[in-house]
Design a protein around this ligand. Structure first.
Ligand code: GDP
Ligand code: MG
Length: 370
């Protein structure tokens, strides 16, 4: 029949029908659980949830169109984990990110100019790790609020001379809500008065119990400033990644999330994207939020020009018509017309939802009734 109800779509996406209804409302459509959605609407909604659906027409059977998720288990290959560092202000997040970045320049990349592209990769024991260096809280709050999950593992930094503070708790809550493994980095152990055991003790109140106390949370004692314990921390990240088996199919068109974007004076709109599935190639058409474009040039975090980039790779691209927003879903298309069409549909939907939002002060109230 070429359509599915809201309820069926929700089931396909492993979401609650209410979440799909909310998303539709956000896109400017009031819908009920039994409302029929056409294929375009289903694809649009799915991409809003970060899921790609493929339409297969089974002509031989009944001319019905069925929708299946694309990846076969056999097509999934190991990919680097994507790590976010969170914690209270001044507990050492930036120092840690900088220390990891500078101690781990892989051979052959040495000498490359470090680019700030919102994320970077390091190589440890021949395995890559991707770090998001957009402020962790922002990455979580803006992106998660928009339904984009970009993080696999969260490192929660706690200063051993300070202890658990409000943003530490916030970070724990974010990571738990996102169901993301937590590694606690007890930082500043070089400081006088540092008491790592006290931090561990206090963390048990949040159900983060160290392994040596019979729990299952990894605690790493580090000094970001003196560069103590960093290698161990990186190895622990790889250990978690090994257990979690992060995988993606590199052999399909790219899908990812915009982590940062801005208007560059010389180059026009640039977007920093984390590729999460598939491989992005120079020349690919794409949709980023309500914008579309064609990848003109692509560089990595070492300033190296790339022709293509696979899962978990952060890249900076040019070739956009406008500046997208952090958290915008990014999708490559073979067909430029289709990319343009989807971007336009989204822009229209967004305008409609903005109109709805303006005309109804009680949009929040509406959500409550769903
Ligand atoms: P952020 O707000 O979490 O990004 O914290 P910063 O990385 O900016 O660090 C805040 C302050 O703590 C800076 O003055 C750092 O030099 C200092 N700091 C960070 N890590 C350590 C550490 O391991 N030992 C000591 N002694 N100071 C540190
Ligand atoms: Mg900082």
């Amino acid at each position: 029949r070429g359509t599915m109800t809201v309820g069926e779509t929700a089931k396909l996406l492993h979401k609650d029908a209410s979440e799909v209804i909310k998303k539709l409302l956000f896109l400017g459509t009031m819908a009920t659980i039994n409302q029929e959605l056409d294929l375009d609407a289903i694809q649009l909604i799915s991409s809003e949830f970060g899921v790609e659906v493929e339409v297969k027409i089974k002509v031989e059977e009944d001319n019905f169109e069925t929708i299946e998720e694309v990846d076969d288990e056999a097509d999934l290959l190991e990919r680097p984990p994507v790590v976010t560092i969170m914690g209270h202000v001044d507990h050492g997040k930036t120092t840690l990110l900088d220390a990891i970045r500078s101690t781990n320049v892989t051979e052959g990349e040495a000498g490359g100019i470090t680019q700030h592209i919102g994320a970077y990769q390091v190589e440890v024991n021949q395995k890559k790790i991707t770090f998001l260096d957009t402020p962790g809280h922002e990455a979580f709050t803006t992106m998660r609020a928009r339904g984009a999950q970009v993080t696999d593992i969260t490192i929660i930094v706690v200063a051993a001379d300070d202890g658990i503070m409000p943003q530490t708790v916030e970070a724990i809550n974010h990571a738990k809500a996102a169901n993301v493994p937590i590694i606690v980095a007890v930082n500043k152990i070089d400081k006088e008065g540092a008491n790592p055991d006290q931090i561990k003790q206090a963390m048990t109140a949040y159900e983060l119990v160290p392994e040596e106390w019979g729990g299952d949370t990894i605690f790493c004692e580090i000094s970001a400033k003196q560069r103590i314990g960093l290698e161990n921390l990186l190895e622990m990240i790889l250990l978690v990644a090994e257990v979690q088996e992060y995988k993606a199919n590199p052999n399909k068109r790219a899908r990812g999330t915009v982590i940062e974007a801005e208007l560059d004076k010389g180059r026009g709109p640039v977007a920093r994207i984390l590729i999460q599935h598939g491989t992005l190639k120079v020349g690919d058409s794409f949709v980023a939020g309500v914008n579309f474009g064609r990848v003109r040039a692509m560089v990595n975090d070492k300033g190296k020009r790339l022709k293509e980039a696979g899962p978990s790779t952060p890249v900076e691209i040019t070739g956009l018509t406008e500046v997208p927003q952090a958290g915008d879903p990014f999708l490559a298309y073979e067909d430029e017309r289709k990319a343009r069409d989807i971007a336009e549909r989204r822009a229209t939907a967004l305008r409609q939802s903005e109109m709805t939002a303006n005309s109804r002060v009680t949009l929040d109230d509406l959500f409550k009734h769903i």
